[in-house]
Write a protein that binds this ligand. Structure first.
Ligand SMILES: Cc1ncc(COP(=O)(O)O)c(C=O)c1O
Length: 349
């Protein structure tokens, strides 16, 4: 038995995706001659409510190209303190774009607009970097797949407009946010100038992200993608499964959310587990062990691993299980049995 809930990046491409790759019509992307890439970019732009879209190799590349295209060296970007851009992109925004991240700790990943406003440099002074951009993450990974409410996005957009800042969304899982709220994704992306969407997470494609925005920004982003070596040649084989993601894999994200809830509810009934079921917005389940539990998070993760249930230790106090296409409701029941057994073995040892 192997139930791999370390991440939704573990998803395998579907049969339809593999077939689409095989059959994809391709051409040279550098010459704008790959019909499948052009079709994907058009479909994605339309779905995200933006003028244009660009195929990029990864979420990290999409975020970084967005920053490069909308800032200048020495600028400052305002970004949530535990966002992927800050935590897990190798400080690329400092190394590549030469911008300084001004980090605002959010409440469950949601930045307080007042704090964002207060962080904007009041005027141009040789001491100050220029505030150039606000970055939000939706859903927020490290805070547990949390949805950033549209009212918050609207408030941040107003501030961005008032101060002539750009606004970027790391929307690696923005389709999860849309499905969980029962709204079109464009109702979320309307608040930002650019959005990066990962197709390799719940949407199950093997490679690729999309950066969407206005035409001018996307054209600038295309230059940066080239400079970063991200412009592939016959990339229709990459784009074809991404089209399947858009047409076949979005609505089913609701199953992952239901499975995450089920898992959280089951965990809440296990002695020693600390979890708030109401915190589960989408497909991520973060939890910890109560302080008086004889079992540490590390013991739990290792114990489950040996029984074929894989989760991630995010911090010494936090475990993460992520539901996705390759996890069934049956798997959730089996995983709960294993977790229960591992916990009991320690409690009764
Ligand atoms: C919120 C978020 N943004 C960006 C990324 C980066 O995506 P990639 O791994 O494709 O670079 C991830 C990946 O897990 C993510 O969770």
């Amino acid at each position: 038995m192997r139930i791999d809930m370390r991440s939704d990046t573990m998803t395998q491409p579907t049969e339809a995706m593999r077939k689409a790759m095989y059959e994809a019509e391709v051409g040279d992307v550098n010459a704008f001659e790959d019909p499948t890439v052009l079709k994907l970019e058009e479909l994605a732009a339309e779905r995200l409510g933006k003028e244009a879209a660009l195929l990029v190799t990864s979420g990290t590349q999409g975020n970084q190209v967005a920053i490069l295209a909308q800032t200048q060296r020495g600028d400052e970007i305002i970004v949530e303190a535990s966002s992927h851009i800050v935590m897990l992109e190798g400080a690329a925004q400092c190394v590549l774009a030469g911008v300084q991240p001004r980090q605002i700790p959010g409440k469950r990943g949601v930045m307080n607009p007042k704090e964002v406003k207060a962080a904007i440099r009041p005027f141009l002074d040789p001491h100050y970097p220029k505030s150039a951009m606000i970055c939000v993450e939706n859903t927020h990974n490290f805070h547990g797949g949390v949805i950033v409410p549209n009212e918050n996005l609207a408030a941040l957009q107003e501030i961005a407009k008032e101060h002539s800042l750009r606004m970027h969304m790391d929307g690696a899982r923005v389709f999860n946010a849309a499905i969980a709220q029962g709204i079109p994704v464009s109702e979320i992306t309307q608040y930002v100038d650019t959005v990066q969407v990962c197709f390799t997470k719940g949407l199950s494609a093997p490679i690729g992200s999309i950066l969407a925005g206005d035409k001018e920004t996307i054209n600038t982003a295309r230059h940066w993608r080239k400079r970063l070596g991200g412009t592939l040649r016959q990339a229709g084989v990459v784009a074809a499964p991404m089209i399947v993601s858009l047409t076949e894999m979005v609505d089913r994200l609701a199953e992952d959310h239901a499975n995450a809830k089920l898992l959280a509810e089951g965990l809440a009934n296990i002695e020693g587990v600390e979890i708030n079921v109401d915190d589960i917005d989408t497909n991520m389940v973060y939890f910890s062990m109560k302080e008086d539990s004889p079992l540490t998070v590390r013991d739990l993760v290792i114990g489950c691993y040996h029984e074929g249930v894989l989760g991630g230790m995010m911090t010494p106090e936090q475990v993460r299980f992520v539901t996705h296409k390759d996890i069934t409701t049956e798997d959730i029941h089996k995983a709960l049995e294993v977790i229960n057994r591992v916990v009991r073995s320690k409690v009764t040892a």
